[in-house]
Ligand binder design. Structure first.
Ligand code: SF4
Length: 808
């Protein structure tokens, strides 16, 4: 069957409603019985006592409240909690299929192991925890005694500010290595936008529940963007016939994704030109005088021209946008007709609570910093910041700081060394270490500067959009330790595996679910006893630290990992506000004064026990607090021109080469390539039923893929019929998609929802590890992404790669 726009919509979405009422979950449920009859590891509940446990899912940063049904000790079903504000009653497909990750020995490590086969083959031998910790601590101690602690490196995929992440950083400080690296994520981009424009080093928060016009620049609202449980549930509510407050949703995206197909309007801008479109919209809003004058005059800096202290003249955002981004010019860049840009701008500016949001697809990977700044400028123009239906400036959660890490002389000396792949300068002034540069440094040839690499909560060999650079780098490292619970690609390269528990077997935090507009701390609890000889990675770090020469006693005074989480949560108590129980009748986004809420706890200890029971602490939105929230930029205003960036560059002796460096603007994003050899663009895309993060895909979800997406082992590239015609291709033809970084073989899927000249490949296929349901199924677009570096952030540019199609 040809996958045209109509069939796509019909099969993936059904009616005009969100996931809760799409056929997808029902298709999954219906098919489970058929697909699983002969799978030996599928849980077959024994007869026993029925029970249920309320908890919080930590499989993604969405932080859904979950209820796990159990028969005796066996978990048999995961459902959404009605008494949790993020996802009242709903769940995403990953959450629904999550027990398949818990009970699947083919996907998980069952205990500590050392490698006995070639790297990448996944052949390991069981060892004891004592032996495993002795091997790792012995190697670290040898490097420290040699005064080479910097030869230890860590890659961390845990959420920013999570206790797990802080503990890993503390371990690296105690050892004395500056080589702590984070896997790039959208949190990085969001935090930089927030810091540069609003002065807050924290997450961006969107009051979508109260918005009446949502202008989404590529956000996969139906593909798993933000906190997916929240967004999918919201989409369902928006389309409820009884709901009179349905917002208008406009999706800017080159491909007719699930979200674009179901939005009120789909605006197909050429991929990578979204920043120009945002500024074209800004042009119309300014020219027509539709912007919020009061907000602009009183609360922003950099809109009008100004003279600096040194009399240097600055043009200002208004002048830039009016001179460079007329609808005609933007039409030429984006392909969106000028009249459409004008009408879109007017509709947006005239709405009561319009909001512009950013983050492509699921928003797992970093985004373009300037593009995100361009989009956020629209929110400032309409003055919808710190108001119902707008963007909220949130401080970080008031968690207590861990005490400073005591350092011995070896650690002090090691931390002064230059990190491997260090980055600074105008190109990426806020990036200390970049994983992409780290990879390049390791694979440059010669002896590896890193001798021992630890990988936590990440599978960078699969998820890094780097054309295989991470895999090449891993080959150069003499000793790799994986803390993954899963038999993933990175773990298969490891020499030692110290497997973490799965989410449902341990305490796990959600520090401010992604995009949620009110402060929330979520806590998931163990709902089943650990099935295997695994160990919470936090406990493993504490045990490892105790075996390090001199390091542990002062640096790690806590007995258990839970003690550290409880210690940090004391800050929530000290903040003197917050609720630990949710009443669905009083949602935190209602902006209504709460009848002075009985906090429900008497002491910090009492509060912790209550958080453990309910899984949450939160603060409802309130007008007074929002009105008191200020921008913490150097000017104290929302900054169209980032003075913080200007100062940072001057500190680096790199004064900005032009005003544009500190302002939202459009710059073509593709890495340099030979356009005659690579005339097409490859754009990867996300699907809600295909996990593309470091987690494996539950096998049932693979079964929900359409034959036009995965047929046996072959995956498909979506291309427009006109592109196919130009290359003499037809449906199901085998083609090679070639970029400067490599090539992959796929079949052709003709799709009218594809933009001509663009080749679309799904994220999440092409594993070489895990089980038979994931291994060697399709191709991984990351393998051919020729990533340049995004200006300022230095993070990989993955959203558009020049490619060629070769018929096989
Ligand atoms: S959206 Fe995230 S937190 Fe919610 S059920 Fe899915 S994986 Fe779990």
């Amino acid at each position: 069957m040809k996958l045209d726009r109509r069939n796509f919509i019909k099969l993936m979405v059904g009616g005009a409603v969100g996931l809760q009422v799409t056929p997808l979950p029902w298709k999954i449920t219906d098919d489970i019985a058929i697909w699983t009859q002969n799978w030996p590891w599928v849980p077959v509940p024994a007869e026993g006592a029925y029970d249920h446990e309320a908890s919080v899912c930590s499989l993604c940063p969405g932080g859904c409240g979950i209820e796990v049904r159990k028969v005796d000790e066996r978990a048999v079903k995961v459902e959404g909690r009605e008494d949790y504000p993020i996802n009242p009653g709903g769940l995403c497909p990953l959450g629904m299929g999550s027990l398949q990750l818990l009970y699947n020995e083919d996907i998980r490590f069952t205990g500590p192991m050392k490698r006995v086969g070639p790297r990448g083959a996944g052949v390991f031998q069981n060892i004891s925890w004592d032996e495993a910790l002795e091997i790792l601590s012995g190697r670290v101690n040898v490097l420290r005694r040699d005064s080479r602690p910097e030869a230890v490196a860590a890659i961390d995929g845990n959420p920013v500010e999570s206790t797990a992440s802080l503990l890993i950083q503390r371990l690296m400080q105690t050892i004395g290595s500056p080589n702590y690296l984070r896997v790039p994520s959208f949190e990085d981009t969001d935090r930089m936008v927030n810091l540069l424009m609003q002065g807050v080093d924290g997450p961006v928060a969107y009051d979508l529940e109260n918005a009446d016009f949502i202008l989404s620049f590529g956000c996969g609202l139906l593909e798993g963007w933000g906190a997916p449980g929240r967004i999918l549930g919201l989409w369902g509510k928006w389309h409820d016939r009884e709901n009179k407050r349905k917002p208008t949703v406009v999706q800017v995206e080159s491909r007719a994704s699930n979200t674009a197909s179901k939005a009120d309007q789909w605006v197909a801008a050429a991929p990578g030109t979204e920043a120009a479109l945002a500024l074209g919209i800004a042009h119309v809003i300014i020219k027509d005088g539709l912007y919020d004058r009061e907000f602009i005059e009183q609360k922003t800096f950099g809109f009008h021209p100004w003279n600096a202290a040194d009399w240097k003249e600055h043009q200002g955002f208004q002048g830039l946008v009016l001179s460079e981004y007329s609808p005609r010019k933007v039409q030429d860049i984006t392909g969106v007709p000028a009249e459409r840009i004008v009408s879109l701008a007017r509709s947006f500016a005239k709405a009561k609570a319009p909001i512009a949001i950013w983050g492509k697809g699921k928003g797992d990977l970093n985004g373009s910093l300037y593009e995100s700044m361009c989009v956020h400028s629209l929110n400032a123009l309409v003055g919808n910041i710190n108001k119902p239906g707008g963007v909220l400036v949130l401080d970080r959660l008031p968690l207590k700081q861990l005490p400073e890490t005591p350092l011995d002389p070896i650690a002090e000396a090691g931390l002064k060394k230059t990190p491997v792949g260090a980055a600074a300068g105008e190109d990426s002034p806020f990036a200390a270490n970049l994983l992409t540069r780290f990879n390049e440094a390791l694979s440059a040839g010669g002896p590896s500067p890193v001798e021992l690499l630890m990988v936590f909560g990440a599978n960078p060999a699969f998820t890094m959009p780097d054309g295989g650079s991470m895999r090449r780098a891993l080959k150069a490292v003499p000793f790799i330790v994986s803390f993954s619970p899963f038999r993933d690609e990175t773990a298969f390269m490891a020499d030692l595996v110290l497997p973490d528990h799965m989410a449902f077997e341990k305490w796990s935090e959600i520090i401010q679910p992604r995009g949620v507009q009110y402060p929330l701390y979520g806590l998931g609890k163990p709902v089943v006893k650990p099935l295997y000889q695994t160990q919470d990675a936090g406990e493993t770090i504490l045990k490892l630290a105790r075996r390090l020469d001199k390091a542990a006693p002062e640096a790690f005074p806590w007995k258990t990992f839970e003690d550290i989480m409880a210690y940090r949560a004391e800050g929530l108590f000290e903040a003197g506000a917050g609720l630990v129980r949710y009443k669905p009748a009083q949602p935190p986004w209602s902006w209504k004064p709460f009848a002075e809420p009985a906090a429900g706890f008497k002491s910090s200890k009492d509060m912790w026990q209550k958080i453990k029971a309910s899984g949450l602490w939160y603060q409802p939105l309130d007008h007074q607090r929002a009105a008191m929230t200020t921008f913490k930029t150097p000017s104290g205003q929302f900054e169209f021109y980032s003075t913080r960036l200007e100062m940072k560059l001057k500190d680096l002796n790199k004064a900005p080469s032009s005003d544009l460096v500190c302002m939202p603007h459009y710059a073509p994003s593709s890495p340099p390539s030979d356009s005659s050899r690579y005339p097409l663009a490859m754009v990867p895309y996300d699907m809600v039923n295909l996990v593309s993060s470091w987690l494996p895909n539950p096998p049932f979800l693979n079964k929900t893929l359409l034959p036009e997406q995965l047929l046996k082992d072959a995956s498909y590239a979506e291309i427009h019929p006109d592109t196919a015609k130009a290359y003499g291709l037809k449906q199901d033809d085998l083609v090679q998609v070639e970029s400067v970084a490599g090539e992959v073989r796929v079949r052709v899927c003709l799709f009218e929802g594809a933009m001509p000249g663009v080749v679309y490949l799904p994220f999440g296929l092409g594993h070489t590890a895990y089980d038979e349901f994931s291994r060697n199924k399709g191709v991984n677009p990351n393998d051919i992404i020729a990533a340049g570096a995004d200006p300022l952030s230095g993070l990989p540019v993955w959203w558009k790669t020049p490619v060629q199609l070769n018929k096989v």
